[in-house]
Each structure stands twice: as structure tokens, then as C-alpha cells.
Design a protein around this ligand. Structure first.
Ligand SMILES: [Zn+2]
Length: 357
């Protein structure tokens, strides 16, 4: 039935110059001072009279309904209305100067019938297809079942500590995300008068409402700063039964006072070493992500020397990095008189050869 109707409508498309005598104000029976409320009221009154659901099979009514819909489409849009007001019939043709092309085209796909008429016909009408009307991009919408649209993807920033990003962590975040409409249980409709379903006012028929909610997610071990976590279905709500978009959490990893991470899985830290430990060797305590460990420092360790501690870098499910410890030899800035005296004596009695000096 629907397919047959669509074919017929398409065949009876009118040429562009049909608009030459089209007056949207007259069509809606309003004057050119009509307010948006006046227009809506006039349109609803006429739609109630000529809607194909009300007068099935009545071709004249169908034509009339298309005309009032186009008139309302133009006049309910501030820009289109202003353009029509200033251009008159040129609004439809694009004007002679532009070769008669590029004028207004009615696009039923972008005209939100459901918003205006949904509650008028209980959201269940069906059977009338605008697919063949007027050209434009979005044809093919059926009454009562407007085109489903997927919700938009949303990005949100989150910060995690360096150690949480390395070790992985469960976290709770607060986001505005779609949830099943509690009013209609996600159906989008409520029982109306006489058993006909009517559009749920809480979710406007979408079946979902946006609420502030706490969502649990997990930052996997070894997560890199700037990468995104995808939370399916937690983005913008869908329209007309379309599925929700996704939420992408852009993870900002905070700097750590001890560790830095290179482009891979290796961690780096600096270790301060005193004069005697550098000169004579020592066992030093080194901080790792997993706790302190001992590191044997050989005698004669130079400033800037680097030690690799295997397996103490970032661990992911697949790989493990290493920890690099860079030595910073710190010399005393003040000497006690005793220390000074002993060191002077050492310099005399046991001179040390340093490479390059
Ligand atoms: Zn609802």
C-alpha cells in the first residue's frame, strides 16, 4: 500500500513553475503578520482536516495537505519566511538573474512533521509517504515512523594519575548520557484515549532521555595520554528509535613527580647519588612503580650513568617495558672543618687519576 502511494505521488510531482502562484500565507489562511503561534494553529487546524490519515484515498485532500505543509515549512522558518517576504515568487525559482534555478525546494525529510503533528495523530498514523515529494535530500519518511537517526558521538576529557594509567584502574565518571525513559519504559509511546498510543511527552517519542549519571569504566594498564576510551551508547541520544551515539573519553595522564614515560613502555627516573657512594660504590634504594628495590651501584659511577632495571616499566597484557635509572651525582656544597682537613690530606697523600683531567 505504501509503495503504491509513493509511486503515485512521485508521478504527480509538479514542475517548479507550479510555485509561480503559490502564496504560503493564503494557503494557510493567515495574514503576513501572523505570529509563529498563529501559524502553528492554522497549520494544525488544516492538517487535522486534510491529513491523509483522516481522509484516506482522497487525492485532492492529499494535494492540499502537501500545500499547507510546504506553506508551513516556509513560514515557520524565520530565514525562509524573510526570504519569501522580500523575494516573493523569486523565492521559489531563485530569480531570473540566477537562471531560474536554485530556489526553494521543499524537503520533507528536514521538515519535522512528527514534532508538530505527532500528538495530533497519536504517533501511530502511518501509511503516508513523502518520499516522492518535492526533491531534496531527505525524502522517504513515513508518518508516525519518522526516520531513525543515530545520536552524535561525544568527547569528554578525563584526567588520571600517572600511576593509575600505568597500573590500570576502575573509575567512575559523571556524564550526561541517554538512559531508558522512565516514563514510558523506552517504548516512546503511552496509552492514549481510546487505546491509541500517544507520544510519550517525557522523551518526545525517543524512548530515551538524557540524565546525569555515574558510569563505571576501566582505564586499562599502560594507557597512554591523549588516547580515547570508547563508551558505547553513552553519547548523544538517538532520534525516532535510532541508537545513541558513543562517548569518547579523552584520557589526560597527569605528570608524576618521580617517573616519566617514553613513547613506548619504558619508564625513566633520576637517582641522586652522594660523593662517596659514587666513588666507592653502594647499594641504593630505587623507587619503582611496584615499590622500592635495591640496586647495586658500582664504584666509580659517573654522573649521568644509566642503569636498566628489566621488567619494571609499563606492563600491558602483551608486553612489559623496563625502568631506566639515571644517576645524578650530588656533591656537598658545605664541608665541615674536619671533612675539609681530611680531604685536603687525601689530595696530598692519595691523588686520584680522573680520566680526562
Ligand atoms: Zn518516554
Amino acid at each position: 500500500m505504501r509503495r503504491r502511494l509513493r509511486t503515485k505521488v512521485r508521478r504527480r510531482l509538479r514542475p517548479v513553475n507550479y510555485f509561480m502562484s503559490f502564496d504560503p500565507y493564503k494557503t494557510l489562511g493567515v495574514d503576513n503578520k501572523a505570529s509563529p503561534e498563529d501559524l502553528k494553529k492554522a497549520y494544525r487546524t488544516l492538517a487535522r482536516k486534510y491529513h491523509p490519515d483522516v481522509r484516506p484515498g482522497d487525492k485532492e485532500a492529499e494535494e492540499k495537505f502537501k500545500e499547507i505543509s510546504q506553506a508551513y515549512d516556509i513560514l515557520s522558518d524565520k530565514e525562509k519566511r524573510a526570504a519569501y517576504d522580500s523575494q516573493g515568487q523569486d523565492f521559489f525559482t531563485g530569480g531570473a538573474s540566477r537562471g531560474g534555478n536554485g530556489g526553494y525546494q521543499f524537503d520533507p525529510g528536514s521538515f519535522n512533521f512528527a514534532d508538530i503533528l505527532g500528538d495530533l495523530f497519536g504517533g501511530g498514523g502511518g501509511g503516508f509517504d513523502f518520499g516522492g515529494m518535492g526533491g531534496g535530500m531527505g525524502g522517504g519518511r513515513t508518518f508516525g515512523q519518522p526516520r531513525a537517526r543515530r545520536g552524535v558521538d561525544v568527547e569528554q576529557q578525563v584526567s588520571v594519575s600517572f600511576r593509575d594509567a600505568v597500573l590500570g584502574r576502575e573509575m567512575s565518571i559523571k556524564v550526561n548520557a541517554p538512559a531508558t525513559c522512565p516514563h514510558c519504559g523506552g517504548r516512546g509511546t503511552l496509552p492514549g484515549d481510546g487505546g491509541r498510543p500517544k507520544k510519550c511527552p517525557a522523551c518526545r517519542g525517543n524512548g530515551a532521555v538524557t540524565t546525569l549519571q555515574t558510569i563505571k569504566t576501566r582505564v586499562p594498564a599502560g594507557f597512554e595520554s591523549g588516547k580515547k576510551l570508547k563508551l558505547k551508547g553513552k553519547g548523544g541520544p538517538g532520534e525516532n528509535g535510532g541508537r545513541a551515539g558513543d562517548l569518547f573519553l579523552v584520557v589526560n595522564v597527569e605528570p608524576d613527580p618521580v617517573f616519566t614515560r617514553d613513547a613506548g613502555l619504558n619508564l625513566h627516573e633520576e637517582m641522586r647519588l652522594g660523593l662517596y657512594d659514587a666513588l666507592l660504590g653502594a647499594t641504593a634504594e630505587v623507587e619503582t612503580i611496584g615499590g622500592k628495590i635495591s640496586l647495586k651501584i658500582p664504584a666509580g659511577t659517573q654522573n649521568g650513568a644509566r642503569f636498566k632495571i628489566k621488567g619494571k616499566g609499563v606492563k600491558t597484557d602483551e608486553k612489559t617495558g623496563d625502568l631506566y635509572v639515571t644517576v645524578k651525582v650530588v656533591l656537598p656544597t658545605k664541608l665541615s672543618p674536619e671533612a675539609r682537613e681530611l680531604l685536603e690530606e687525601l689530595r696530598e697523600k692519595a691523588p686520584v687519576a680522573a680520566e680526562g683531567l
